[in-house]
Design a protein around this ligand. Structure first.
Ligand SMILES: *Cc1c(COP(=O)(O)O)cnc(C)c1O
Length: 341
């Protein structure tokens, strides 16, 4: 297999169309078999449910080339499960979990030439999604849906080392207590755009959102969960019903406990205790972990002892262990890597 002629290590995080994508349609109450297509364009009604009332959900995952040259993807069964939760919450038909994983595998297989080589730092990002495609004008769920999966090669998240970022405590809320914060829906991102543009204009890299009800507890950023390390090396992550259950975060907590022998805790984390932590990181598929050096709360700075130059020592161990598992350098727990043959 020849790889595409792409300058892998200088790729950014943008959309580059690849050869094939997977499409399945839900019509008359049933999913069709679905197929791969070369057509990257979608034609739909001007009144499609997704265009009028934002009925759309998605997932994000990656494929990697391991040290020994295999192509693998990471825990797609968990993306399939989460996709089902998202569909149910937006009154969309469930795309069967086994078919979901099959679609991912088929899409990667059909675009093998776009899976970046081992050591390049680049990966193949995979985007499954589903949306209401039939016309909807009175507010109700669409009748027909389309499920698609495409992929796009993305560059190394950290070019020239993982520099800690500065985040602000946002004055906006991301998710309501009994809302949709726990599902992966486009609507959660649409309403976060103003908050992130505001933060960027003020010179911050990211927003920390607090719980909307009391504004005393840490939730997450627009697209990543928090991990904290206490001064006695306990790994803590916030617990809340309105946080998106990150697969990276759940995997890192497992790695902390089972590979590094650290104590782990999922519990409410109060804004007032941020100053007591030794390290802080953001976790998600894109970066695995982004170290946070500083949190600014309306002019008041909370600086972590790990500083602004490099990842804290525990964060670094977590990062190296999980990326080692994903790249096949460290033995993976049963079922974590699915090989694309
Ligand atoms: C996707 C996402 C994450 C990260 O989840 P992963 O499964 O680790 O990629 C975290 N927060 C939000 C809001 C997300 O949409």
């Amino acid at each position: 297999m020849d790889k595409k002629n792409i300058d892998w290590s200088n790729l950014g995080f943008g959309y580059i169309p690849t050869d094939k994508r997977f499409v399945a349609n839900f019509k008359n109450g049933a999913w069709d078999e679905g197929e791969l297509t070369s057509d990257s364009m979608i034609t739909m009604s001007e009144c499609a449910g997704v265009l009028q009332y934002a009925q759309t959900i998605f997932e994000g995952m990656k494929a990697y080339t391991t040290e020994d040259g295999r192509i693998v993807t990471f825990r797609p069964d968990l993306n399939a499960q989460r996709f089902e939760e998202s569909a149910k919450r937006l009154e969309m038909p469930v795309y069967p979990q086994d078919k979901f994983v099959e679609a991912i595998v088929e899409t990667i297989k059909a675009n093998k030439e776009f899976v970046p080589p081992y050591g390049s730092g680049a990966t193949l990002y995979i985007r499954p999604y589903m949306f209401g495609i039939s016309p909807v004008i009175g507010v109700k769920p669409a009748q027909d849906y389309q499920f698609r999966t495409f992929c796009t090669p993305v560059g190394p998240y950290f070019k020239g080392g993982a520099k800690p970022i500065t985040i602000k405590i946002s004055d906006f809320d991301r998710a309501a207590p009994h809302g949709t914060g726990h599902i992966k829906a486009g609507l959660n991102y649409a309403m976060s755009l103003h908050a992130i543009v505001t933060a960027h204009n003020e010179g911050f890299d990211e927003n920390m959102y607090l719980d909307a009800a009391t504004r005393t507890k840490v939730e997450e950023t627009g697209g990543a969960n928090f991990l904290f390390v206490t001064k006695d090396n306990k790994v803590v992550t916030p617990k809340s019903n309105s946080i998106l259950p990150s697969i990276t975060r759940r995997s890192l907590m497992y790695v902390a406990k089972e590979y590094l022998g650290l104590e782990v805790e999922e519990r409410e984390v109060f804004k007032d205790e941020l100053k007591d932590f030794a390290e802080c990181g953001l976790c998600g598929t894109a970066a695995v972990i982004s170290p946070v050096g500083k949190i600014v709360d309306h002019g008041e700075e909370i600086c972590f002892p790990s500083g602004m130059e490099e990842m804290g020592p525990i964060t670094k161990k977590l990062y190296e262990t999980l990326t080692g598992i994903q790249m096949g350098r460290i033995e993976a727990p049963e079922g974590w890597l699915v090989e694309i043959k």
